[in-house]
Design a binder for this molecule. Structure first.
Ligand code: GLN
Length: 332
């Protein structure tokens, strides 16, 4: 696909879905209810640093749950896979992002780092001497993914901090089970702060492109994630990033992705590009309605589903001359 035709594709998708009026803007965090349902931006960034965008791609919003894969990467870097797995699993829940139900299951361990329980447990694992240092480490890490300095949106942070009773309940339940240490309020504050980091759709596309590029930002050349943990981060995005529609998403769209309650969606095409979309109206599972449609159409139109891409590469390659693989392909 040429540069011009990718821009034309984005323009066309924006045009196709800008009039879609289904979905509701989140209001359980009061400050988010101020978002205009018509805001709509799409951006794509490639691993070689090109960016295409349309609509409100530079309008800031809070990252919300899209922070979760990035803080999970930090926890892996801070403690290693084994210790993090002891505290947070990698199983999809099939439940809503803010559910506490599965916490009562045998292990008392949150199922995965993409739901709130797991992400709060991950926040409690971020290393640092005190809350300021931990927040500064998170901001520095997110800034490396974005390629510029990012900051916390104070009104949104304070709004969620005062209204986040369900997340407090989840955190205290985990404390009760011994899955969080005594710094429950500190873990919650860090979780609310990282959810309140301000980004744009263009930023999300570059964060995705950084993951697609093996953890190195395509513009700055800075490493944002230890390559040992890249696969882990992308895997939990693939299997759990869309919560209780993760299976359907993997089936239809086939990309590691993460949605957030403010209306953001980030998807990664490994080795190729990152996609960032912003549109506040949400479906009943808390994901952006226009974002899901745009991403699904992009995946289909450009053949981005990871297994489609793999089959296209396979078809383009000359048949292998030896090994069991060639035997299989010649008999099929
Ligand atoms: N901060 C939000 C919450 O904890 C994030 C949820 C989301 O984006 N799905 O409820």
């Amino acid at each position: 696909m040429t540069d011009g035709s990718l821009q034309a594709t984005l323009n066309e998708l924006h045009q196709r879905y800008r009039g879609l009026s289904t979905g509701r803007v989140a209001d359980y965090i009061p400050e988010l209810a101020r978002s205009d349902p018509s805001w709509f931006g799409i951006a794509v960034a490639t691993v070689d640093g090109q960016v295409w965008a349309v609509g409100d791609h530079d309008r800031p919003f809070t990252i919300q749950s899209i922070c979760k894969p990035f803080s999970y990467g930090m926890a892996l870097e801070d403690h290693g896979r084994e210790e993090v797995l002891r505290r947070v699993g990698v199983e999809p829940t099939g439940d809503a992002f803010n559910s506490h139900i599965k916490l009562e299951a045998a292990t008392k361990r949150p199922h995965n780092p993409m739901v709130n329980a797991g992400a709060i447990a991950v926040a409690s694992l971020i290393a640092g001497q005190d809350p300021t240092q931990r927040l500064n480490r998170v901001l520095a890490a997110f800034s490396r993914y974005v390629g510029r300095e990012v900051l916390v949106d104070m009104p949104v942070f304070l709004s969620e901090r005062t209204s986040g009773h369900r997340n407090r309940a989840i955190a205290h339940l985990m404390r009760h089970f011994g899955m969080l240490d005594e710094r429950v309020d500190e873990a919650l504050d860090l979780y609310f702060q990282q959810c309140s980091v301000r980004v744009t759709a263009r930023d999300l596309a570059l964060m995705g492109a950084t993951l697609a590029n093996g953890g190195v930002h395509p513009h700055t050349g800075q490493r944002a994630l230890d390559p040992r943990y890249l696969r882990d981060v992308l895997t939990v995005m693939f299997t759990c990033g869309l919560y209780d529609s993760a299976g359907q998403w993997a089936y239809e769209v086939g990309l590691p992705a993460k949605s957030g309650i403010s209306g953001g969606l980030l998807a990664v095409v490994p080795g190729q590009l990152g996609i960032g979309i912003y549109s506040p109206p949400l479906d009943e599972r808390g994901s952006t309605v226009r974002g899901l449609r745009v991403c699904a159409d992009l995946s289909r139109q450009l053949g981005l589903h990871v297994f489609d891409a793999w089959m296209a590469r396979r078809a383009a390659q000359p048949p292998a001359s030896s090994s069991a693989c060639s035997a299989t392909s010649s008999s099929s």
